[in-house]
Every structure is written in C-alpha cells, then in structure tokens.
Design a protein around this ligand. Structure first.
Ligand code: URP
Ligand code: ZN
Ligand code: ZN
Ligand code: ZN
Length: 486
C-alpha cells in the first residue's frame, strides 16, 4: 500500500481551517491529504471525531530538581505518557542549571533522563541560574548550536534569580544567536517582604501563599523584564502570566511591535485562592507560583486569550506529590514557604482548554489548535510539527468532541497522587494520539514503548512582523556615535 496509515472519515482542523477528509501517512510523515484515501496498512476510523495537530506542551517540569533540590514526581516516561493521554504528541520540558553546574553537564544529564524513557518527541528549554563567563561565551552558544534555542531565567527564588544585570547578559547572548529568553517574572524582594510580614504575624497556612505573592509583584517584574529586553532589543517570552495587569503589559507592548510573547496556564483559569483555603493542608495541592488568583482575573485572562495576547496555554506541570517526597519534603505541617511550589496538569491542559474554550464557545477550534500546538511550534522553532500538511511529522490527536467525563486522577496516567482538576466536568477528550505516524495512544490505551521519542533540534524564533525597539541611547545616530548596542 502507498500508505502505512490512513486516518479516514474525520473532521480535520488546523489553526486556519476545518474540513472533512482523509490523511495518508508514510514514513512517519503526512504524505497526502484528500477527500478520500483508500488503502493503508493500518486504517483508523475517525468518523465523528476531530483530527487535530498533536498538542505541543511547551512548559513542563519533567525529571527536574527544583531550586530546593526536590525531584519532580514525573520522569520522562510518566511525564510523556501523561502528556500523550492529554492529547500531546511532543513536549519541551526544562533542563535546569543549578548554581555551580556546567551547562554541558546539565544537557548530558537530561539526555540521559529523556532519551531512554520518553514516549514522545522532546526538546529542552535551558534554565540558567549561573551565567558565568564560560556559560555565556561557550556553553550557551554550544547549546544553541545543537538546537536548544530558548533559555529560561528567573526573577524570583533566591537560588535562581539572576538580577537585572544577569538578565541583560542572557538576553544579549540569546539575541546574538537568535534564541528566545523565557522569564518567570515575579519581584523577589516583594515576595520576601510579604513572607517576612506573614511569618511575623504567624500566618503560615497554605492559603497565605496566595497573598504572599502579590499581583503587583508580577506586574512590576513583567514590566521590568520587558524593559530589560527592550534595552537590548532581544525577544522575550513571559511564562505563566497570571494577572490582568501582566497580560495588559504584554498586549500593549505587542501592539507597539516589541518582540514579546507570553503564555498563561489552565490553573489561572480554573482555580482561585479559595482553593488554597481548602480544609487542613489540602490547600498545599494548589500552591504554585505565581499563585492562583480570583474569578474576576480569570475572566480578563479569557479576554486576552480571545484577543490573541497569548501565544500558548501551557500546563506548567510541576508535579510534587501530596506527601513527604513532594509537597511536604519539609514536613506535613510546613509553613507555606517551605511547601514545594507547583502543580500537575500536563494531562489536563488540552481537555480543560477544549471544554472551557471550544465547547463553551469562548474560542474557535482554530484558536484552540493555535494555542495548543501551532503557535508553540512556530515560537519555539519546531518547524516539522504543529500543523497538518504534507511533509510534516504525522503528529496527530484524534478527539471525541462530545464525550463528557469527570476529571479523575486515574485518567492522568502520571506519577501523582492528586489532580487539581479532580471532579471537574470536561467535554471533549483525546482518544488516539500519533507521533511521527506511530500510534502512542489508541482508544485511551497506551500503545507506544518507552524511549521511542526523539530529541527535536529546534530552529531560531521567527520575529517576522515584530519590528522591535531601538533605545535612543543605543542608537549611534542619537548617542554621539557610541557603539554600545549588542
Ligand atoms: O510553582 C511553579 N510554577 N513551579 C514550577 C517552577 C516554575 O516556577 O515554573
Ligand atoms: Zn475514508
Ligand atoms: Zn516559573
Ligand atoms: Zn514552570
């Protein structure tokens, strides 16, 4: 037969179009699109189903130690399996440099963690916490050359944050190579000041996490991060925007042509600080940074999703179990600053966004495909993924748009002992997922083997249509000819 696999009878959708037709797959790639394709060694009946580009999870913490040394509960096997059940066919976790570590060693460590285990294709964003001269001049360029084209930095956490000068250095190196700097934007000193005040008042239960990280800390840091990036005219990606004020800065700057991208996450749409106030220590399940906020803010974030402020909606899957290996590494009744930050959600990102977005009429199916897959492919340089077109990788998720189920832990197939989405009624679930033409999930059963995923060398970010900004002080025509621009 001309095709290894034919997906027939489905409704295919991309970020631009929806049509009824068949897909012919050969050698792991999409070989033909037509109204009808006969044959195929394997035929997948997609009648009554949506056939979408497989999701690309662009923000998740897999087999990663946090800055306080806690290993995430998911490794590249369980993390990729959970992602696949959630409709993804590739993901881009972080490879985290902690202070004193060489970036070359970090990448080698993550290769050892990922290659033997991942069922999905993967790449990494580097996390840089120690930008030594060697890192800046040798290791980052080497990482870039092997297709790691995004570097994440932190403005918060004592052991991770770089300071403004460190950020300018990373932004400058990233710009020189066409890499994209990602940033966790929260003002570290504002958070520490709040922590101290709350501790002095004896207010240490999980719910106080919500107020310990004020919306202003995010707004201030996003504004500062954007200013730093503009000074050197480097592209910037703001991760996990949780506030209307933050989203507003992103929207305003994008309108001005600033080279700026951003994401938000389902938890900022689904959960509020009331969840942090659940009885006992239950609230610890909902501790993540930035914190979940309130219903008014959620409505504004949805407006920004609708208006195109965000490139993607990512999970920020940061799985720490509700036990002494995870959330309670510092004890069952640890004060909130000593409870591990992060929540799982790699398996729920797309079902939640589909159900609350597409089914409830907030976004179109095309927007869903863009936010779940296509935009991440473009932003992070995965040019064979993120759409359905001849020549592209056959990374495809087949959804039942009408199936309604309550979210449960068992459905996540991760290594966690809770899901923050427990009990939510979700309409629309992925059923079958292909990665490079191979069936990874079929009718909600795992079919693929450990280690089949491949590293994806990524391209530089495309900045077409983003004119950027030239600070007058760095413009030789206006700064007495001083050659100080990066
Ligand atoms: O609380 C979170 N989000 N933990 C994961 C690390 C990060 O800040 O993205
Ligand atoms: Zn057919
Ligand atoms: Zn973060
Ligand atoms: Zn994160």
């Amino acid at each position: 037969s001309a095709f290894d696999t034919v997906i027939h009878g489905g409704t295919i959708a991309t970020a631009t179009d929806t049509w009824k037709g068949d897909i012919g797959i050969r050698g792991g790639r999409i070989a033909a699109l037509a109204e009808r394709i006969d044959g195929g060694a394997t035929r997948i009946d997609a009648s009554g189903r949506l056939v979408l580009p497989g999701g690309i999870e662009a923000h998740c913490h897999i087999a990663q130690e946090s800055s306080s040394g806690v290993m995430s509960a998911d490794d590249y096997y369980s993390g990729s399996v959970s992602a696949a059940f959630g409709g993804n066919s590739s993901f881009v976790p972080f490879a985290a440099q902690h202070r004193g570590q060489s970036v070359d060693d970090v990448i080698a460590t993550y290769d050892d963690r990922a290659a033997p285990n991942s069922v999905l294709d993967y790449s990494y964003h580097l996390i840089i916490s120690d930008p030594t001269p060697k890192v800046l001049t040798e290791e980052l360029p080497r990482a870039f050359a092997r297709g790691i084209t995004s570097f994440k930095v932190f403005m918060t956490y004592d052991l991770m944050n770089l300071g403004d000068g460190g950020m300018l250095n990373i932004l400058t190196v990233a710009k020189a190579h066409g890499a994209l700097t990602m940033v966790h934007a929260e003002n570290n000193d504002m958070v520490k000041w709040m922590n101290r005040r709350l501790a002095e008042a004896g207010l240490t239960e999980p719910k106080y996490h919500a107020i310990s990280r004020p919306a202003l800390a995010e707004e201030e840091a996003i504004h500062r991060a954007v200013s730093l990036a503009k000074l050197v005219d480097a592209p910037l990606f703001i991760v996990h925007v949780s506030t209307p004020e933050g989203a507003e800065i992103v929207q305003r700057e994008r309108l001005r042509g600033t080279k700026l991208f951003a994401e938000t996450c389902p938890q900022y749409l689904a959960l509020t600080r009331e969840d942090l106030d659940r009885p006992g220590m239950e609230g610890a399940k909902f501790i993540c940074s930035p914190p979940v906020r309130d219903a008014e803010g959620q409505a504004v974030l949805w407006r920004h999703i609708q208006a195109g402020t965000f490139a993607s909606v990512s999970s920020d899957h940061a799985p720490y179990r509700f036990d002494e290996t995870g959330k309670f590494l510092n004890g069952r009744d640890a004060p909130y600053p000593k409870i591990s930050n992060g929540m799982p959600g790699i398996g729920m990102r797309l079902p939640y966004l589909f159900s609350e977005g597409v089914v409830k009429g907030r976004i179109t199916l095309q927007q869903f495909v863009g936010l779940s897959s296509t935009n991440a492919a473009k932003t992070f340089g995965m040019d064979t993924k993120g759409s359905i077109a001849p020549g592209m990788d056959a990374d495809i998720a087949i959804w039942n748009p009408e199936e309604t189920r309550t979210a449960t832990l068992a459905d996540q197939h991760d290594n966690m002992d809770y899901t923050p989405f427990e009990g939510m009624e979700i309409t629309g679930w992925p059923q079958t997922v292909l990665s490079r033409g191979e069936i990874v999930i079929e009718n909600r059963e795992l079919k693929a083997g450990r280690g089949r995923g491949r590293f994806v060398a990524r391209k530089p970010v495309s900045l077409t249509g983003m004119p950027g900004y030239t600070a007058p002080e760095l413009d030789p025509a206006r700064n007495f000819g001083a050659k100080v621009a990066p």
